[in-house]
Design a protein around this ligand. Structure first.
Ligand SMILES: [Cu+2]
Length: 134
């Protein structure tokens, strides 16, 4: 009987933990392949310090480039898009980078792209959703 109760409590804990992970998070784990971000959508609280754990499982250099609100690199990244970059990090093929950035303070949907030539066109885009902080 006591064991059953323990198992129930553990299951409840797991259920609660999975609910929490579905909401905004201050840690993003992203895997890059040729040519995708996995997952391709992240939700973070506004203005918070965000830890980005990135792994590049591809054969070429990839980037995690967060564009400013309301901007979009379009079908390819060029010099015109540089002023619209909010934050970015480059990851070498086979490499991992753990870093952090401060989330934008304005809630909204932000475009994430890989600026390596041709990668947007190959589908290497994602979305960062910024929600109001607590
Ligand atoms: Cu890429």
């Amino acid at each position: 009987m006591k064991n059953t109760l323990t198992i129930l409590i553990l299951l409840l804990g797991l259920a609660l933990a999975s609910c929490v992970s579905a909401g905004p998070t201050t840690t993003i784990e992203v895997t890059m392949t040729d040519f995708q971000f996995q997952p391709s959508q992240f939700t973070v609280p506004a203005g918070q310090e965000i830890t980005l754990r990135s792994t590049n499982n591809g054969a070429v250099v990839h980037n995690f480039v967060l564009m400013k609100l309301g901007t979009n690199a379009g079908p390819f990244f060029d010099d015109e898009d540089v002023p619209n970059v909010f934050w970015e990090v480059e990851i070498q093929p086979g490499g991992s980078v753990d870093t952090s950035f401060t989330a934008p303070t304005e809630p909204g949907e932000y475009e994430v792209i890989c600026r390596t030539e041709g990668h947007i066109a190959s589908g290497m885009t994602a979305k960062l959703i910024v929600v109001p902080g607590e």
